[in-house]
Design a protein around this ligand. Structure first.
Ligand SMILES: NC(=O)c1ccc[n+]([C@@H]2O[C@H](COP(=O)([O-])OP(=O)(O)OC[C@H]3O[C@@H](n4cnc5c(N)ncnc54)[C@H](OP(=O)(O)O)[C@@H]3O)[C@@H](O)[C@H]2O)c1
Length: 271
């Protein structure tokens, strides 16, 4: 398949009210000339983004406020993007984490994490792919997972498990779609400086966080080139390869030790 070309096409970005989604929406509009459907719960942030991008990039932007924990909202979003215009691409980016001891995560918060990170993505992908295939324009979907999905991440255990699901899901679909004129790319960034990592629990890990504009640029490039699974940044790619070569228990133990120190530092306790 030839690379994707977003110019004058409509692209959906979920989780566009902040962080990586907002940055990818901006770059899609300003650099790639794409029209956008932007979605998240905070409609005020999306409206501000729409005003900014319509003025700055001369593209059309539509806002759909939706909670990815609510199936009716997920379906309303997909009805909207498949019903009113020929959508060409979707960046399924909305996500939440939990960083702390496993027992701190309340059952309701676990369910919200699972709905946002996993269930909504499966629902949207399952509805979008047949639509894109029928359109016959060579469209695609990018699923935003995380390097945390490549191996267990203690203290982000549930998050890491949800992102592992997305890697297996996206990479499995990549092969199911061979010869069908539609692509799925799975994106697996390491740490990024966004609202997700703004809390003091991440203070001890801040040196590992990449600038969001770089991560957005590399993600859109991977999406455009229809890559299979992409980890942005040379240092992180080398890390991902080493992780696969070394015994998992040793690597995971090392991560556990660093994260334990970061959490202890945030609590002001000795590690
Ligand atoms: N930051 C990192 O270190 C890192 C590393 C690897 C991968 N990632 C992944 O990158 C993606 C973006 O994260 P980020 O770092 O940019 O975090 P962020 O700044 O906190 O952005 C998260 C986005 O998801 C949306 N969202 C959260 N819950 C939602 C819900 N129930 N319904 C609809 N939208 C919801 C938020 O919008 P509203 O609050 O307005 O709804 C926001 O736009 C996530 O999938 C994350 O797992 C992040």
């Amino acid at each position: 398949m030839k690379p994707m070309d977003f110019r004058n096409q409509w692209v959906l970005v979920t989780g566009a009210s902040s962080g990586l989604g907002k940055e990818m929406a901006e770059q899609l509009a300003v650099v790639h000339g794409a029209n956008l459907v932007v979605s998240a719960r905070r409609a005020d942030k999306l409206e501000a983004l729409k005003a900014d991008l319509e003025k700055r990039a001369g593209v059309k932007v539509e806002v759909v406020a939706a909670d990815m924990c609510k199936l009716e909202d997920v379906d309303r979003l997909i009805d909207r993007v498949t019903g009113e215009r020929p959508i060409y691409g979707a960046v399924l980016n909305a996500g939440v984490t939990h960083f702390g001891d496993y027992h701190e995560l309340a059952w309701e918060d676990f369910q919200r994490l699972l709905h946002t990170n996993v269930t909504s993505v499966v629902r949207m992908t399952t509805r979008l792919l047949p639509y894109l295939q029928k359109q016959g324009e060579g469209g695609g979907v990018m699923i935003v997972s995380s390097m945390g999905g490549l191996q267990p991440v203690p203290y982000q255990t549930v998050y890491s498990a949800s992102k592992a699901f997305l890697i297996n899901f996206g990479c499995g679909l990549f092969h199911e779609l061979e010869g069908k004129n539609v692509s799925v790319t799975t994106y697996a960034p390491g740490g990024i400086a966004t609202d997700m990592t703004a809390g003091n629990r991440f203070d001890g890990l801040r040196g590992w966080l990449a600038p969001v504009d770089d991560v957005a640029r590399e993600g859109l490039s991977a999406f455009r080139q229809r890559k299979y699974l992409h980890v942005p940044g040379l240092m992180y790619r080398v890390g991902a390869v080493l992780t696969r070569m070394l015994p998992q228990q040793i690597v995971t133990g090392r991560v556990a030790s660093e994260y334990r120190k970061a959490l202890a530092k945030a609590k002001g306790a000795p590690s």
